[in-house]
Design a protein around this ligand. Structure first.
Ligand SMILES: Cc1cc2nc3c(=O)[nH]c(=O)nc-3n(C[C@H](O)[C@H](O)[C@H](O)COP(=O)(O)OP(=O)(O)OC[C@H]3O[C@@H](n4cnc5c(N)ncnc54)[C@H](O)[C@@H]3O)c2cc1C
Length: 441
């Protein structure tokens, strides 16, 4: 990545804004373009349809975000985004029982996706050398002599020394490259179709601290849901189901689906929540990694990050964290004068662990056809999940790995392996259940 005059970021969503933040101190001028007409709103917008649905930021993502935008964590508390402990204040129903209510030291804050984007956008747009151009759909990249020189939008070419594609989950970059004469980008996919139906309420359940959720667990627990306390005293309630288990949009169907879960906590809230709140649906197909780091013939000056590079099954809440880590890596790559290929290799190293975690779980949806390594991993994690409700120390290890605070290798420590190999507890083994209480631990 050589010239440092103008950088152009395509996509002013979460990942694009973070990339722009990194570029603003390294380029004379940064142009951020988006096809949407973006205003200073904290409401979902057309180009980011997942914005209606609950978003959960892992602790490692929150740290990375704070490094990129110091002060953000504190600033959002003004809108009622409290800092909570993941163990004491968020509770999850596993097939084996509720997670223990113990402090983990993992600090979480929950807010809606559009609100988070608004807060980031306000700070990023403060850079005097940064311009946001809305309603500007980019049709293609302009490549000359093996280098990207800018982008084309309608009849206009916007020139740039570096183009960062943060265009989200569609295959925008693949289409650009093919129209510039490059071959297809290889990809890796692991399917797991999950449907989300979500409603946002003006209030939150009175006894909700941060989050209460009935988790999906492949292959047995195919229905789940959760409610998240978010900014300004509101809450977001999502029901989700694997494959054919699609939570309905209408009031009655929504409530019926909530009642079908192994615990009544969400149905209880719905029984008192305001009716006729608009429901939004999103069908997610699973995990897709575009292996741009493996492409030999790649135009320099084109960097890809965020969902444009890799989408994970949202159930594992990894996308925001990985995009923040990639934006940070972009700054490191620029400081070391690396080319885009080297930057993409950095991203591949970031993606590898979360990819392994989400795909090895998702392979269990079709367990008999899963590779033996995925079946062994499922056997092992099921033994551990069986013990989590009654073993706070084990839960802390799990939570640390989930929040990318610890390496997954922590789950293979001798003390943890010993727990997995002990005979299974008599009750509460991994199977759907309807008899778990919501309070206490
Ligand atoms: C239902 C659901 C729930 C999720 N929950 C979580 C969660 O709990 N935790 C978590 O970490 N992650 C979650 N995610 C993932 C998270 O939403 C994404 O990882 C994250 O939004 C990626 O940001 P991005 O900037 O790469 O893409 P996006 O936010 O999708 O932004 C892409 C931007 O590019 C623009 N654009 C696209 N094409 C063009 C073009 N040709 N020209 C100009 N502009 C263009 C779009 O308008 C948009 O603004 C969830 C995803 C889904 C679907």
């Amino acid at each position: 990545m050589t010239g440092r005059d103008r950088a152009l970021v395509v996509g002013a969503g979460y990942g694009g804004l973070l990339a722009a933040q990194v570029l603003a101190t390294r380029f004379r001028q940064v142009v951020l373009v988006d096809r949407d007409d973006i205003t200073d709103s904290d409401q979902p917008r057309r180009g980011v349809p997942q914005g209606h649905h609950p978003h959960y930021l892992l602790e490692h993502g929150a740290h990375t975000l704070e490094n990129l935008l110091p002060g953000l964590r504190q600033a959002v508390t003004g809108d009622g985004v409290a800092t909570r402990d993941f163990g004491s204040d968020a509770r999850f129903l596993l097939p084996s029982g509720w997670t223990p209510r113990v402090p983990t030291g993992i600090q979480i804050q929950s807010m809606t996706r559009p609100y988070l984007e608004q807060q980031i956008r306000r700070r990023v747009l403060d850079h005097p050398n940064l311009t946001l151009r809305c309603a500007t759909p980019v049709d293609r990249v302009v490549v000359r002599a093996g280098r990207v020189r800018g982008v084309r939008t309608g009849d206009e070419v916007i020139e740039a020394d570096l183009v960062v594609a943060a265009t989200g989950r569609g295959n925008v970059v693949g289409t650009w490259l093919e129209s510039a004469g490059y071959g297809p980008v290889p990809e890796r996919t692991v399917a797991a179709e999950v449907t989300y139906t979500t409603r946002t309420y003006p209030t939150a359940p009175p006894d909700l601290d941060a989050c209460l959720a009935v988790l999906l667990y492949a292959p047995l627990q195919q229905r789940g849901g959760g409610v998240l306390a978010v900014e300004k005293g509101r809450s977001v309630l999502a029901l989700f189901g694997y494959g054919a288990h699609r939570p309905p949009l209408d009031d009655d169907g929504f409530l019926r689906f909530a009642r079908s879960l192994p615990d009544p906590c969400l149905a209880d809230f719905l029984a008192t929540a305001p009716p006729h709140v608009h429901a939004h649906r999103f069908i997610d197909r699973g995990n897709r990694w575009r292996l741009v780091h493996q492409v030999r013939s790649w135009p320099d000056g084109l960097a890809v990050l965020g969902d444009a590079l890799c989408t994970f099954n949202p159930i594992y809440a990894q996308g925001l964290t990985v995009a923040a880590m990639e934006a940070q890596a972009l700054g490191e790559s620029l400081d070391r004068h690396e080319d885009c290929r080297t930057f993409h290799k950095r991203c591949a190293r970031i993606i590898r662990v979360p990819w392994l975690m989400s795909t090895s779980s998702d392979m269990a949806w079709s367990l008999p056809r899963a590779p033996w390594a995925a079946r062994a991993a499922h056997w092992y994690s099921t033994r551990l999940v069986d013990r989590v409700p009654t073993d706070p120390e084990l839960y802390r290890v799990f939570a640390g790995v989930q929040h990318m605070r610890r390496s997954p290798a922590a789950l293979a420590a001798p003390s943890v392996v010993a727990k997995a190999l002990r005979p299974r507890p008599a009750a509460g083994t991994v199977r759907p259940t309807r008899s778990v209480k919501t309070s206490g631990s």
